[in-house]
Design a protein around this ligand. Structure first.
Ligand SMILES: Cc1cc2nc3c(=O)[nH]c(=O)nc-3n(C[C@H](O)[C@H](O)[C@H](O)COP(=O)(O)OP(=O)(O)OC[C@H]3O[C@@H](n4cnc5c(N)ncnc54)[C@H](O)[C@@H]3O)c2cc1C
Ligand code: SF4
Length: 494
């Protein structure tokens, strides 16, 4: 602990400035301005190096947080970079987009704002790359074992990097033309610019991981073919089946799943497709065409990360209005007694997109969609939610109509697309697996959202690392790779 009085002399939490809203709405670049090194050092000094560092327990990766806070306070960047990468393959992703359960668990958070752990993390990795401290880690020996990884999201990439470094020959198969999974095509650039992914992929290629894009397993090659060509297979295909609403008017034009809106928008930003909406599509996203919110009244049903990303995107496209509807109650601004420290609390979250505009409405039950004569959505009927025997139902007599030219369904995901791979599915919709990440076919392991259900980047990386250790043990009889999480672990590890 570099400064034993740090948490007393600096009692305020400071994060880098965000670019002014009117400026950042003119582009898709990340919202944060470059951090001030002195401010970061001040914040690192607040860490108390707790005897029981709850931050470390709160992080699914078990990041060595007090240690890297100390290293950054002392200006020891090489040590900080090493400590950070000891537990996390991709801190540039978590440092930007993680909801930071470590900060919820920080002991300082009991009576002061938590240490800005995520900011310290992202600064270490950004400065580490700038200083040339993050280089390929070439395996010392090649084992002769081969592993196929299906899917190139954070779970697939972390599993692949761990196994390549352990000396196995790893090929990642990805159905999209570019690598990264939801990091590439789900999360918009204003939260995560894509050059961060490309830089990490360069490192992985130099280490020896091979990538095959535009290859859909179950369509272009069967899972059985992969099983016969490789010693082990890891399925990291994500949880991509969207939840739907079976209510009146659902088939109207202009009612889209959030991902049918976000993916083309991200492709446009990457220069992969045109940013002009094809008039023939009448706003239909299923074809993969660009959907433009310009001048439209947009309603987003469902909050969460996906809803917030739709909001930020629609505001950048100059929508006439954007309203987010949530069926439940508005969470409190502070931790409630039912969410005590150090658990992850349900609180009213203000993401960068929420600062930028739009209206958020709670207790809003959607009862139907209203169309015009041409079959396009023009409104949405909403009633106030009430709770009956634990169920959320519309209150009679409270119905009212909101204008809507574009409705985005951000209701979450029910699980992976399971038919093409033919693996068993567990209750809840994700692929079935045992406590060693083994799925229902021999030599096939399951990691990330495909096995956990819709989750977070940090859990995907943690599962990829742990599944890699299991695969290493399966191939060689033992493993020295770290295993941060077990498949059925859900939250705070106390
Ligand atoms: C819009 C949105 C915003 C989000 N924002 C955040 C956030 O801010 N912070 C956070 O922590 N989490 C966020 N998440 C969640 C996070 O992105 C996921 O939990 C994480 O990406 C899961 O990683 P994964 O590797 O398991 O799967 P994915 O990232 O979904 O990757 C799966 C990959 O498998 C590929 N694939 C699927 N089937 C096949 C097949 N048959 N053959 C070959 N390839 C296949 C897919 O194309 C994809 O590339 C967000 C999710 C969404 C949808
Ligand atoms: S819990 Fe907070 S104060 Fe304690 S070691 Fe972790 S970051 Fe530092």
């Amino acid at each position: 602990m570099a400064d034993p009085h740090g948490f007393l002399s600096v009692d305020q939490r400071e994060t880098p400035r965000r670019r002014p809203v009117p400026i950042r709405l003119m582009d898709y670049r990340e919202v944060y301005e470059a951090g001030d090194p002195e401010q970061l050092r001040r914040q690192a000094s607040r860490c108390m190096d707790c005897g029981v560092p709850f931050c470390h327990q709160g992080c699914p990766l078990g990041n060595l947080i007090p240690e890297f806070n100390d290293a950054m306070y002392r200006g020891e960047l090489p040590r900080a970079v090493e400590l950070l990468h000891a537990t996390n393959n991709f801190p540039e992703f978590t440092g930007r987009a993680c909801p930071a359960p470590c900060e919820n668990a920080c002991v300082l958070g009991i009576n002061q704002p938590a240490v800005t752990i995520k900011q310290v993390e992202v600064t270490i990795v950004d400065q580490g790359f700038e200083a040339g401290l993050i280089q390929p880690v070439i395996p010392e020996r090649i084992t002769g074992h081969t592993v196929a990884v299906i899917g190139s999201g954070p779970a697939g990439l972390s599993a692949a990097q761990q196994l390549t470094r352990a000396g196995h020959t790893v090929v990642v198969y990805e159905r999209d033309a570019r690598l990264g999974g939801l990091l590439r095509y789900g999360i918009p650039d204003f939260k995560l610019e894509k050059h961060h992914i490309d830089r990490r992929l360069d490192q992985m290629r130099a280490e020896g991981t091979r990538f095959k894009t535009s290859m859909e397993i179950g369509v272009d090659i069967s899972l059985e073919e992969l099983q016969s060509s490789f010693d082990a297979v890891i399925v990291c295909t994500g949880a991509t089946v969207p939840r739907d609403m079976g209510i009146a008017g659902r088939d109207l034009d202009g009612i889209e799943f959030a991902m049918d809106y976000l993916v083309p928008s991200n492709r446009v930003q990457a220069g992969e497709q045109s940013g002009v909406q094809d008039t023939d599509q009448s706003g239909r996203g299923k074809s993969g065409g660009f959907i433009d919110a310009r001048g439209k009244h947009v309603i987003i049903i469902g909050g969460g990360d996906t809803g917030a990303d739709c909001l930020g995107t629609a505001l950048r496209q100059a929508a006439a209005s954007v309203t987010t509807l949530a069926i439940g109650t508005q969470p409190p601004a502070e931790r409630s007694e039912s969410d005590p420290w150090p658990t992850v609390p349900r609180i009213f979250e203000v993401q960068s997109s929420h600062e930028e505009g739009g209206t958020r409405r709670y207790l809003a039950s959607t009862t139907g969609f209203v169309g015009d004569d041409g079959g396009s959505v023009m409104g949405i009927d909403v009633a106030e939610t009430r709770f009956v025997d634990g169920a959320r139902v519309p209150t009679p007599g409270t119905e009212h109509r909101l204008d809507a030219d574009l409705v985005l369904l951000a209701l979450g995901f029910s699980g992976p697309e399971s038919e093409a791979l033919g693996l068993d599915v567990a209750e809840g919709g994700a692929f079935a697996r045992d406590d060693s990440y083994v799925g229902s076919a021999p030599g096939v392991f399951i990691a990330g959202d495909a096995g956990r259900g819709q989750s977070l980047i940090v859990w995907a990386i943690a599962e990829g690392r742990s599944a890699a250790a299991e695969v290493d043990r399966f191939l060689t009889g033992s493993s020295r790779l770290p295993e941060p999480v077990r498949p059925h672990e859900k939250s705070f590890k106390c």
